[in-house]
Design a protein around this ligand. Structure first.
Ligand code: ATP
Length: 396
């Protein structure tokens, strides 16, 4: 059977195990010889025990576990040709020419480079007598397929990355817990959620938690955000009940002045009577000059200008931990199976794909096109072109 290996790379996320399990079992079902590569690219470079035979039973009892049971790592060696040469040797030696990479855009960029370099790596190995001419001939093409595991939903080309749904569950559990105490004491809570460069978690959290204000990286607030923020509080009058304040989603970018319209809406809501306020700050929140806005910065403004009783909760790695949601388990299963099918159908000329979710369909999209689009968002943000950043992010 064909040699097939799976690895997880970059930050872990819930649902990666479901994807690993699906790759292993679909591979076995289709007659492949399947391997795990432990500790991401580091395991591929180091070889030895890091590359292990996988069988049907070796992926039993992992689908419900968070993180990745085969380990993940960042690997400096793989960024150098020398490291990739070692990795190629370790794969050829075991007859592996099909590789499933579960990671972020960096990991997929590395996989693509490895694939492009493959034949020259094999040439070098053959010249050095490390592999035979027959091996070089037989294993001459490397096929790769990618899947994105990330709680941030930070990849252009898929509706959801594996792990995002579980992270949102963790976040809303935490906010629900805080809301009752905030309500009792009329407090303001500032919640820092993950999202280094991507506003999906903070924005969706804002929508589903009835938050009052959201700081997200792609769409920084206006320069006068402290005044804008405080005006909302000054508008507080009475206490009645209230419903959601404002809805803005990445797929439907809001106008540039959304902060102002948000504030107007907030003022109405406060006068209709909210006993608590929730402000969501992405860990990567920035102002229009690209300077970080931290939860502490926001607290300082609220406390100094309004003397509000204000607390900060940083959710941190709790968001990345715990069991995967049903959605992420299903997503991992479907994507893993599709990735193996894509590899088995690949020809030497086919463009490598990343398996993604489009509506409710697992589809294959060109890997490097998506990576380029994801990098374009980062570029737009670096150039402070917020409109473009939101637009690129929104059209997955
Ligand atoms: P996350 O979104 O969790 O950060 P990521 O896959 O983007 O995931 P990176 O740290 O960028 O995380 O990449 C993971 C690993 O992939 C790196 O440690 C390195 O081994 C490999 N890698 C990334 N970029 C490249 C590249 N340009 N060339 C070769 N290898 C790369």
């Amino acid at each position: 059977g064909k040699g097939l290996a799976v690895l997880t790379s970059g930050g872990d996320s819930q649902g990666m195990n479901a994807a690993v399990r699906a790759v292993v079992r679909m591979g076995i079902y289709l007659g492949c010889k399947v391997y795990f590569i432990r500790e991401g690219y580091q395991g591929m470079v180091d070889g030895g025990d890091n590359i292990q035979d996988a069988n049907w039973a070796s992926v039993s009892s992992i689908i419900h576990r968070g993180g990745t049971v085969i380990g993940s790592a960042r690997c400096a060696d793989f960024r150098k040709r020398e490291g990739r040469l070692k990795a190629a040797y370790n794969l050829v030696n075991r007859g592996i020419t099909n590789l499933v990479v579960i990671g972020g855009d960096g990991s997929l960029t590395g996989a693509n480079l490895f694939r492009l370099e493959w034949s020259s790596l094999l040439d070098e190995l053959a010249q050095n007598g490390k592999i035979t001419p027959e091996q070089k001939q037989k294993y001459g093409v490397l096929h790769i397929a990618g899947m994105v595991g990330s709680i941030d939903n930070d990849f252009c080309g898929t509706d959801m990355t594996i792990g995002t749904d579980s992270a949102l569950h963790r976040i809303i559990e935490a906010i629900d817990a805080i809301v009752s105490t905030a309500y009792s004491h009329q407090r303001t809570f500032i919640m820092e959620v993950m999202g280094r460069h991507c506003g999906y978690l903070p924005v969706v959290t804002g929508v589903i938690s009835e938050a009052d204000y959201v700081f997200c990286p792609e769409s920084p607030p206006p320069y006068d955000w402290p005044e804008k923020l405080c005006n909302n509080y000054l508008a507080v009058v009475t206490a009645l009940t209230s419903e959601a304040d404002y809805v803005f989603i990445p797929e439907d970018p809001v106008p540039n002045d959304w902060q102002i319209s948000l504030c107007e809406k907030l003022a109405q809501e406060r006068s209709a009577g909210q006993r608590l306020n929730i402000i969501i700050v992405a860990e990567g929140a920035i102002d229009r000059d690209g300077k970080p806005i931290t939860a502490e910065d926001v607290k300082k403004v609220v406390v100094e200008k309004l003397q509000q009783d204000t607390r900060i909760t940083v959710l941190g790695h709790v968001q990345r931990g715990g069991n995967p949601s049903a959605f992420d388990r299903v997503l991992g299963c479907r994507m893993g199976a599709e990735a193996v099918l894509a590899l088995m159908e690949a020809t030497p000329d086919s463009v490598p794909c990343v398996v993604s979710l489009d509506g409710n369909q697992a589809i294959r999209v060109p890997l490097m096109e998506c990576v380029e689009r994801t990098k374009a968002v980062a570029q737009a943000m670096a150039e402070k072109n917020w409109e473009l950043a939101v637009k690129l992010r929104g059209t997955s």
